[in-house]
Design a protein around this ligand. Structure first.
Ligand code: 3HC
Length: 295
């Protein structure tokens, strides 16, 4: 049987965390959104406010409703504010040591019955579960960017996950009107296992001169009906995140299709992380994205 969830903690107010918090608040949950410092927290909250304003503008929500959603989100820089959460979802940087350090602190503070979930895109869920005192109450809840729009949540059961925690996570995702698909605790789960080599192959196709950055993107949009071309998508996901995911997949499977192409490696050395840093395969400094002149 699923546990009752009323209050949800979200760790990290970045690209994924702010969206996960907004979706939970829109679904009626009380949300505690935790960031490292006040400035980063306010940036995340501003993104939520912007999306709520857009929803009101488009007539998808009225002002009162948007105000209620905003009021359900409590921002904090302290772990102690998560103490009475029923579910805690982490969406911090994709680094196992950082996640483990964070869970050790959170585990001491949050009430014993609460379920913990990681939004990891590729790391094995068990590696985080085992670092807590409640590995049976640990699951993966993998959202997709933008979390407010994308229908899917992969619900990952690791070897220690209890039936109750798994059902709780499934029911929680469904209560947010998401399509909850159960997956095994296998690096990349379903989507990233297929999507990441596709984006890496697009980079290799560019390297081999098959097409320009724009031609590759336009071809996949017009020829395969994708909403975004693979290189635009790589910028959108974040090239740093893509790099971390492919490293984990390569480590796990040792297959060339998961290896970092040289272009990605060099872009990361240059600090080009895609849309979030203002430059990647495209330059986002103006009104509309323009091709990065380096390509
Ligand atoms: N937050 C909230 N809503 C957003 C949004 C955001 N960040 N971005 C777009 N939207 C909403 C818009 O308000 C609009 O809503 P409406 O239809 O009700 O008016 C709708 O989404 C469509 O947006 P736009 O008209 O501005 O633009 P597009 O039609 O180009 O859609 C897109 C934007 C939804 C991002 C679409 O391009 C898309 O689906 N792209 C592919 C995204 C994708 O593949 N994501 C998965 C990445 S992989 C991942 O996340 C896994 C991780 O582990 C790496």
């Amino acid at each position: 049987m699923a546990q009752q969830i009323e209050k949800v903690g979200v760790l990290g107010a970045g690209l994924m965390g702010h969206g996960i918090a907004q979706v939970a608040a829109q679904s009626g949950y009380q949300v505690v959104l935790r960031e490292l410092d006040e400035a980063t927290l306010q940036k995340g909250i501003a993104k939520i406010e912007k999306q709520l304003a857009r929803a009101v503008e488009k007539g998808k929500m009225d002002e009162t409703e948007a105000g209620e959603v905003r009021a359900r989100i409590q921002g904090t820089v302290h772990y102690r504010d998560l103490a009475d959460c029923d579910l805690v979802i982490e969406a911090i940087t994709e680094s196992l040591p950082l996640k483990l350090e964070m869970w050790r602190e959170v585990d001491e503070i949050v009430k014993p019955g609460a379920v913990f979930a990681t939004n990891t895109s590729s790391l094995a869920v068990i590696d985080q579960a085992a670092a807590t005192s409640r590995p049976q109450q640990f699951v993966g809840l993998h959202y997709f960017n933008p979390a407010q729009v994308m229908k899917l949540v992969e619900v990952v059961r690791c070897v220690t996950t209890s039936e109750e925690a798994f059902t709780t996570a499934l029911e929680f995702a469904r209560s947010e009107h998401k399509l909850a698909i159960p997956t095994k605790d296998k690096a990349g789960f379903i989507v990233n296992r297929l999507l990441v080599p596709y984006m890496l192959d697009a980079i290799r196709a560019y390297e081999e001169g098959v097409g320009s950055v724009e031609e590759i993107d336009e071809a996949m949009k017009a020829g395969a009906g994708h909403p975004m071309g693979p290189l635009t998508l790589a910028d959108f996901v974040g090239l740093d995140t893509l790099g971390s995911i492919c490293d984990v997949l390569f480590e796990e499977f040792r297959e060339r299709r998961f290896a970092r192409p040289p272009t990605l490696r060099k872009m990361l050395s240059a600090g080009w992380f895609g849309r979030k840093s203002g430059i990647g395969f495209y330059d986002y400094s103006g009104e509309a994205p323009k091709p990065n002149p380096a390509f």
